[in-house]
Design a protein around this ligand. Structure first.
Ligand SMILES: O=C(O)CCC(=O)N[C@@H](CCC(=O)O)C(=O)O
Ligand SMILES: [Zn+2]
Length: 333
């Protein structure tokens, strides 16, 4: 049974998981907003009169179909907000990334959507998800066209494996200082324990928004993959509150702690089918490795730890050739 058909789910969750924004659209339209439905699973809600002082906030969920916690969290935030629609203080684009994969409870149908937000797609061109990426890119271009300088993109995910920091985020380095500070402050309010600064695109949605639309974009990992309707929503209390406040234009609550900051030492790219990793698939994110340790081998290429300590994030030898199979980070603060 697909998520959209599961009667046990709250109606708002069922609707969002299926990319159905009809009720939300109706409420904001009746309240006088300019509402658009530029693609299936995408809604934009803007002030009727364009206002460059208003922040533009893109929130995406379900870019990976089995990462369901943020779908539930966002569905409840938007449901509550749409019942008092005048409280929306930003121009909003809400995007349910891979509706078909959500329906099947899978990360993707054919290939990883979150590697297709770049012109050069290589072997990913022509896959099922490539067409979806094109639609999301077109909707994103339209959303940010003419937007004021305050631009955000929160791409909400969950991690496959356990993590020494259960909530963490990846932040493109190219975001301008002031916007990056505001973003990292917000991540702290959302109880995100660690931030990884990323110098280079691997084709992700949030990097794309940052690079091409000047958004303060981030991929946020909120816990672990799970079944829709079975997530422990209490773990998202701070993230949910921080999102709600952002959308209502309210100042954030003080962060319990600033996120720890990590730099990217290296993206480990799978070069061939000969790729093997020396860390197991169940290795926790942020597991430390020491200088000289072998991370992976790929034919003649040997990836070794070069700093005194590097921590491994997202180790996954099962990705397609050409894609990132892991991220090595070093502790900064
Ligand atoms: O847990 C994993 O191995 C993957 C979780 C996930 O989907 N992470 C994102 C991070 C995107 C980024 O680097 O900004 C991804 O791999 O797409
Ligand atoms: Zn993901």
């Amino acid at each position: 049974m697909s998520a959209a058909d599961n009667p046990a789910l709250p109606e708002a969750v069922r609707a969002l998981a299926g990319g159905d924004f009809s009720q939300v659209a109706q409420r904001f339209t009746e309240a006088g907003f300019a509402v658009g439905l530029p693609a299936s699973g995408v809604i934009t809600v803007k002030a009727a009169l364009a206002d460059p002082a208003r922040a533009s906030v893109l929130v995406s969920v379900g870019v990976h179909g089995d990462e369901t916690g943020p779908i539930e969290m966002v569905a409840l935030v938007i449901e509550a907000l749409s019942r008092t629609p005048q409280a929306l203080a930003v121009d909003l684009m809400l995007c349910v990334g891979n509706i078909d994969a959500i329906a099947q409870g899978k990360r993707f149908i054919d290939a990883d959507l979150n590697r297709m937000f770049r012109a050069e797609r290589g072997s990913l061109a022509g896959t099922f998800e490539a067409a979806r990426a094109d639609r999301l890119i077109a909707a994103t271009v339209d959303f940010f066209a003419g937007a004021g300088p305050q631009r955000w993109h929160l791409d909400l995910h969950t991690a496959i494996r356990p993590s020494h920091y259960p909530m963490f985020a990846i932040v493109p380095e190219l975001i301008a200082d002031q916007a990056r500070k505001a973003l990292i402050d917000w991540l702290g309010q959302a109880a995100i324990g660690a931030v990884i600064m990323n110098p280079k695109s691997v084709g992700t949605y949030s990097y794309y928004s940052s690079e091409h639309h000047g958004a303060a974009g981030t991929t946020v990992e909120l816990g672990r993959v799970g079944t829709l309707g079975q997530n422990d929503l209490s773990q998202f209390a701070d993230a949910s509150e921080a999102l709600d406040r952002l959308l209502r234009g309210q100042p954030g609550l003080a962060a319990r702690a600033a996120p720890h900051v990590f730099a990217t030492a290296r993206q480990v790219i799978k070069l061939s089918d000969a790729f093997t990793m020396s860390v197991g698939r169940e290795t926790w994110n942020f597991t430390p490795m020491k200088k000289g340790d072998v991370i992976a081998t790929d034919g003649d290429t040997v990836y070794t730890v070069e700093h005194e300590e590097e921590l491994v994030v997202f180790p996954n030898p099962d990705v397609r050739v050409g894609l990132r199979a892991g991220l090595m980070v070093t502790r900064v603060a």
